[in-house]
Design a protein around this ligand. Structure first.
Ligand code: ADP
Ligand code: MG
Ligand code: MG
Length: 908
């Protein structure tokens, strides 16, 4: 009864004509698109799709769900009648491919088994059917197809080590005195099939299965199981692909590109995926089956050559490509096969592309009237824009690429090769630019990584220690470079016949993953020149500049989030303004206590009387006022949020070791150590076990009398001065590290007194607000809002304190491991942890606004420039994000995309 119900209720198998491109969840990407092409009337070999639901049911119970077997039988029968052949028929066999196809394509999943249905009997039938004249002319083809089946089936379905088959193939070629597969004749291949079967039996303990339906069922089951293959699981964790999607299985009638010179196989793109230019791009390989193209056994020819080889198929392919582009309204990539002059379409999908191509294609499609600007904005993203803003190598001199690896952290870095962290630090200290080269890095390499321009490793990928740490630091990194042999002891590495010694110069591209020897010149990207204002989009002939200008212009029109910048100086403020910043969200004031002002800070700390302390503060006041004047002037008319001093004061004093040595040396010589003695005592007194959780932020302001007051006065006086000049300064004073409303109230009372005193003559509006960066502040936001005119989330500290770890200590120590294990999909310092830290943000927004309607709320951690995080901040209703000047355009773009995506105008 139950089984019967399941059969009628669950449809596990879809013919191609029953699906469409929007059913990717159910039919996988490959299947949904095969269905779509079928319904467009394109020549797709007939076939059917087993759904992801069948896969999920299999994985849950360990058995094929009820009804699946019959539904497969029904669809197989339909396929057989469409083709006029039966699967594995000894006289004239139908063969099929069994192809995995999840919603997202995934390395580590089972790939494809071609030629299913061949066995000891049907191989003869296939040979007869394939012969195009003389007896035996189809033999070679048939035995080659059979040996491919045993090889692919053995390897992917039964886990037989692939090398064993390759060795047997090599042996056969060696015996024949050739290196080319095509020199093996039918007899050689028949013998090879015998050898392959022995290998199969040795590893599986059984004979290669002869019944065609059994071959089919085993292959389907193997596809299901490959969903949980170790590599696939790991990949999903890292890419944050849900683990419960399952994969579909496509069963497609075989067509043969290896039937002679009038057959072949190829790939095509409807536009250039590298540049986005219109044109014909692709490769073709005559007399071959699909996997030969990938395996690189023979050289392919450019697709244009097909026009000469087979004009009719070529013209038809071009028509089909135009149909697909018009239909998908996007770049498509395509796999096709020609069997004796007949074109077959085997796969299509919206194609992957470079960052530049993404912008160019979106812009072209708007011009062609295929999509509107909302859709164009949806089709590009901030990560791509960021890529276009990294400095470039000027490759006009065609430098040789000596090897490539994983572009793990983008940028273009040039420097002298060093092999140890210590040497990197030493040379960098002498003003040299260095590239740290390691087999792989570990936490001991951290100082060298900081000192280097870039990092090059021989091992590891995007989640290796080197990659994670470099990305965290925004440092260029090329990981896992091929054939890079690093000999740290000898102080050299070799790569492809080149020997590179310590001190030699290399250039690494962390975007493309290319390594060059010698110095390749670096230049700012065109897109940065555009943002800087040195390239005019109205007259530019660079299509990329035109595309970026148009699309980011649209983002600015639709976005609701404002975008500010983190800038501490007038110069940074000016640059950020050119990049489109609409104010400063975080102006740090630490640097205003450094340089030649250190001496004043020392006096402040050592002051024994109120008047000594006031003297030091009075000396600092005019200097800081001048700093603020410069910043407010650059940001005239726009808000500037100034954070009062945040770090522990001992950070402004010389180090304990240094002072101890000075004092000891002086005493040894019988000299008076003078103020060093007092400083040493102060440093000892102020030493903290956990400075991150120590005397800093508002705590400092409440403990050191007059410190915050001096800053408030400097800010307000600077603003008043500008008002007197007829300008429009908009200062916002931000108190860091508040955890309780009482802290903020205490600061506010004192600040308001100063503000009203200073502004008696020139009216300036000065807002007072706080950072929300201590979890307690988020949890008591309703109370804190009573005393705050604005909130700004310091998401770096909020992340540290929510997780209970300090960024500087953990990023190099164990983050790589956490990423590897999938505990993090991405570092919570790179992209906001929505579930934990994000929840604190939501609580603070809701309770803050409930207590004070219209409360202005922003974010000033670097998350403000992270694409994913920007979408989150839009979603929870912040007023603005703030990020470093270079990320401002990224944030503008993503703030626009967030609107389009949340309004669901995604029409694809
Ligand atoms: P991938 O996902 O790795 O591209 P595919 O399932 O597309 O794997 O198959 C691998 C190769 O086999 C491709 O070149 C494809 O075109 C070819 N192929 C798949 N099915 C068939 C078929 N029914 N007839 C001929 N070639 C096929
Ligand atoms: Mg494919
Ligand atoms: Mg902070």
């Amino acid at each position: 009864m139950a089984a019967e119900k399941a059969t009628t209720k669950h449809k596990y198998v879809y013919g191609f004509a029953e699906g469409n491109k929007d059913l990717k969840d159910l039919l996988g990407g490959k299947g949904a698109n095969l269905a779509e092409m079928t319904n467009l009337g394109l020549p797709v070999p007939p076939g059917f799709i087993i759904t992801t639901e069948a896969c999920k049911a299999y994985l849950a119970t360990g058995a094929e769900p009820d009804g699946l077997a019959e539904q497969v039988a029904t669809h197989l029968a339909a396929l057989e009648s469409a083709m006029g052949k039966r699967l594995g028929d000894p006289a004239d066999p139908l063969l099929v491919s069994v192809r995995s196809g999840a919603k997202f394509s995934m390395p580590g999943m089972m790939e494809t088994v071609l030629n299913v249905g061949l066995n000891d009997e049907s191989v003869a039938g296939l040979a007869r059917q394939a012969s195009d004249g003389g007896p035996g002319s189809g033999d070679r083809f048939a035995w080659d197809s059979y040996r491919r089946l045993i090889q692919m089936f053995g390897k992917t379905v039964c886990d037989v080590p692939g090398e064993e088959f390759e060795h047997a193939l090599d042996d056969a070629k060696r015996a024949k005195g050739t290196t080319n597969d095509l020199d093996l004749d039918a007899d050689d291949l028949r013998a090879l099939v015998g050898a392959y079967k022995k290998i199969f039996a040795k590893h599986t303990g059984r004979e290669f299965p002869q019944p065609p339906r059994e071959q089919l069922d085993l292959a389907v089951r193997a596809v299901f199981e490959s969903w949980n293959a170790e590599r696939a699981v790991l990949y999903r964790r890292q890419e944050r692909i849900p683990a419960d999607l399952g994969t579909a299985v496509n069963i497609v009638a075989m067509v043969f590109g290896n039937l002679g010179p009038d057959s072949g196989t190829g790939v095509a793109f409807t536009r250039d995926p590298a540049t986005g230019n219109q044109g014909i791009y692709g490769d073709y390989l005559a007399n071959a089956q699909g996997e030969d193209v990938v395996a690189g056994i023979r050289n392919t020819v450019p697709l244009q050559e097909l026009e000469r080889i087979d004009k009719r198929s070529y013209d038809e392919l071009l028509r089909n490509m135009a149909t697909l582009e018009g239909h998908y309204r996007d770049l498509c990539d395509i796999e096709f096969t020609i069997e004796r002059g007949k074109l077959w379409m085997l796969q299509t999908r919206v194609g992957k592309r470079t960052a530049a191509a993404a912008f160019n294609i979106a812009n072209h499609l708007v011009d062609e009237g295929m999509i509107d600007l909302d859709e164009a904005l949806h089709r590009v993203n901030g990560a791509q824009l960021a890529q276009l803003m990294f400095p470039r190598f000027d490759l006009s001199g065609s430098p040789e690429v000596v090897t490539t690896g994983v572009g793990a952290s983008p940028g273009a870095a040039v420097g002298r090769v060093v092999f140890t962290s210590a040497r990197a630090v030493e040379l960098a200290g002498q003003g040299e630019r260095v590239i740290l080269v390691r087999r792989e890095t570990n936490p001991d390499d951290l100082p060298g990584m900081i000192a280097a321009q870039g990092i090059l490793t021989a091992r590891g990928g995007k989640t290796s220690h080197a990659a994670v740490v470099a990305r965290g630091m925004g440092k260029t990194c090329l990981c896992g470079a091929d054939n890079l042999d690093v000999d740290v002891k000898a102080g050299r590495f070799t790569v492809g016949g080149h020997v590179v010694n310590e001190g030699d110069i290399v250039s690494i591209d962390g975007t493309s993953g290319c390594l060059y020897l010698g110095e390749v010149p670096v230049r700012p990207s065109e897109v940065v020149q555009y943002f800087e204002g040195s390239v005019d989009p109205a007259t530019s002939t660079d299509p990329l500049v035109v595309a970026v200008h148009r699309i980011i212009g649209h983002a600015d029109e639709v976005r609701r989030l404002r975008v500010r910048t983190n800038a501490d100086t007038g110069e940074d403020a000016a640059r950020a303004r050119r990049f489109g910043a609409e104010g400063i969200g975080l102006c740090r004031t630490e640097h205003m206590f450094l340089g030649d002002r250190r001496e004043l800070v020392e006096r402040l700390i050592l002051a024994r009387t109120e008047s000594e302390r006031n003297e030091a503060l009075d000396a600092l006041l005019p200097l800081q006022r001048a700093d603020f004047v410069e910043i407010f002037r650059e940001m005239d008319g726009l808000p500037v949020t100034v954070r009062l001093i945040d770090p522990p004061l001992h950070e402004f004093l010389p180090s304990l070791e240094e002072l101890a040595v000075h004092v000891a040396v002086a005493q040894e010589r019988g000299e008076d150590p003078g103020k060093d003695q007092a400083l040493l005592a102060a440093v000892r007194r102020m030493h903290e076990q956990n400075p991150m959780l120590g005397l800093r932020g508002v705590r400092l302001g409440l403990v050191i009398p007059g410190l915050f007051a001096m800053q408030v006065r400097a800010i307000t006086e600077a603003a008043a001065q500008l008002v007197a000049e007829g300008r429009d300064p908009r200062p916002e004073i931000m108190v860091p590290l508040v955890g309780a409303v009482q802290e903020l109230e205490t600061v506010r009372v004192e600040a308001e007194k100063i503000i009203s005193e200073v502004t008696r003559e020139h009216a300036v509006e000065v807002l007072i607000g706080t950072m929300i960066e201590v979890p307690r502040a988020a949890l008591t936001a309703g109370q804190i809002a009573e005393a705050a005119e604005f909130f700004s989330f310091g998401t770096n500290d909020l992340t540290q304190m929510a997780w209970g770890f300090s960024r500087d200590d953990v990023e190099g120590a164990f983050f790589w491991r956490y990423l590897e294990l999938g505990i993090f999909g991405i570092s919570p310092f790179e992209s906001l942890d929505r579930d934990g830290v994000g929840r604190l943000v939501r609580i603070a927004v809701d309770e803050g606004r409930a207590a004070r309607p219209g409360l202005k709320i922003g974010v000033c951690g670097e998350h403000g420039g992270d694409p994913e995080s920007v979408h989150f901040f839009h979603e929870v209703g912040l007023d603005y994000v703030s990020c470093s000047p270079f990320r401002v355009p990224v944030a503008r773009l993503e703030a626009g995309r967030a609107v389009i995506e949340s309004s669901g105008s995604d029409s694809r």
